[in-house]
Design a protein. Sequence first.
Lengths: 130, 107
Amino acid sequence: MKIHLTSVFVDDQTRAEHFYTEILGFVKKQDVPVGGTDRWLTVVSPDETGGAELLLEPARHPAVGPYREALVRDGIPLAQFAVEDVYAEHARLSGLGVRFTQDPLEAGPVTTAVFDDTCGNLIQIATVPR
Amino acid sequence: MLAYGGGVADDVFRALADPTRRTILDELAERSGQTLFEICGRLSTKHRLGLSRQAVSQHLAVLEAAGLVETRREGRCKFHELNTAPLRRITERWLGPGTAGPEGSSS
């Protein structure tokens, strides 16, 4: 068994597409209309286009609001992405106006930081030793 | 100062009596303005304190009631900040006002 798709709920798919591709640097993989304005919209890592896809899913279900609100209030990220260097990404993304709720923090061998994806989620980036 | 000597000071001493709460203050002194997630992460990874999020939340509530921690909402996140003012007040009880530092005892 392997993980091929996971999802985050996003307030607005157009904004999410911009943020996840233009700002974070992922590549759009699938973009299929699924009724109304909703799309089956997935992105992948440019280094691994055949790897796991991230679905940017519309956040319209009534349970999503309270669920994400409670997590964001406590600073809890919904997904984690690996980066080469958390400090460099923090500097790059801050320069692009991304707001961090946790600046880089070294915890043993792992360094992490948490930012706001502007679509209703907090995302953690981590440098994990190989 | 005399008016302050009652219940509020008791809250500060009670809050400080717990080693986990002192560790939380240590971490907030290192970087003020942390989410609950960051505080929990620091306690578990740096201090090997396996506390539930609820337990950390309760410790923070005690610190906040004592005035040692203040919370601020920014966007939809809640950040915790260190407030050292109550510490200064409790030391003034014995050291006198304006003598918080060691140099205050001269002359």
